[in-house]
Design a protein around this ligand. Structure first.
Ligand SMILES: O=C(O)CCC(=O)C(=O)O
Ligand SMILES: [Fe+2]
Length: 151
């Protein structure tokens, strides 16, 4: 699925279809995290997951269909991502922003989510796609290997 997303992202930027997937190679690393948030009586004091950005190239989240909790920062405010049945939340880095996000707790309902992280294997060097760099949009970071260890 990540490959389909990388290709769609490249297409939307009008660059060669394999610009992102080509960099990650044939076998990018996929990690899956199952999150379980028990009900919490101190909702105002306890977070399910503290504010963070994912280090992956793309994160796909299957949220609990009934219980909201995921929030992202937009215009310096926390906004709740709606829980839409069967919909996936997709986060990325770079031009497609990786929002700072957190999970708030719920007083009487537990919440479950599944996050799938797709990223380059450590020995693969990744960096900004050359076709996206120009005078108006200069390179913002160097190429890196062992990306996971830098985080
Ligand atoms: O539970 C969620 O909706 C988000 C989980 C998350 O951000 C993560 O596992 O990195
Ligand atoms: Fe996350």
């Amino acid at each position: 699925m990540a490959d389909i997303l990388y290709k769609a992202m490249a297409k939307s930027l009008d660059i060669e279809e394999n610009s992102f997937s080509g960099q990650l190679g044939d076998n990018p690393a996929t990690h899956v995290r199952f999150n379980f948030y028990p009900p919490c009586s101190k909702r105002d004091k306890v977070l399910g997951l503290k504010p963070h950005s994912d280090r992956s190239n793309v994160t796909v989240i299957l949220q609990d269909e009934e219980v909201e909790g995921l929030q992202i920062v937009k215009d310096e405010k926390w906004i709740t991502v709606p829980a839409i049945p069967h919909a996936l939340v997709i986060m990325s880095i770079g031009i497609f922003k990786s929002p700072l996000h957190r999970v708030v707790t719920n007083t009487d309902k537990l919440r479950i989510s599944v996050a799938v992280f797709n990223e380059a294997v450590p020995e693969k060097e990744i960096g900004p796609v050359e076709a996206l760099i120009d005078d108006k949009r200069p390179r913002l970071c160097r190429n890196v290997k062992n990306y996971a260890f830098l985080n």
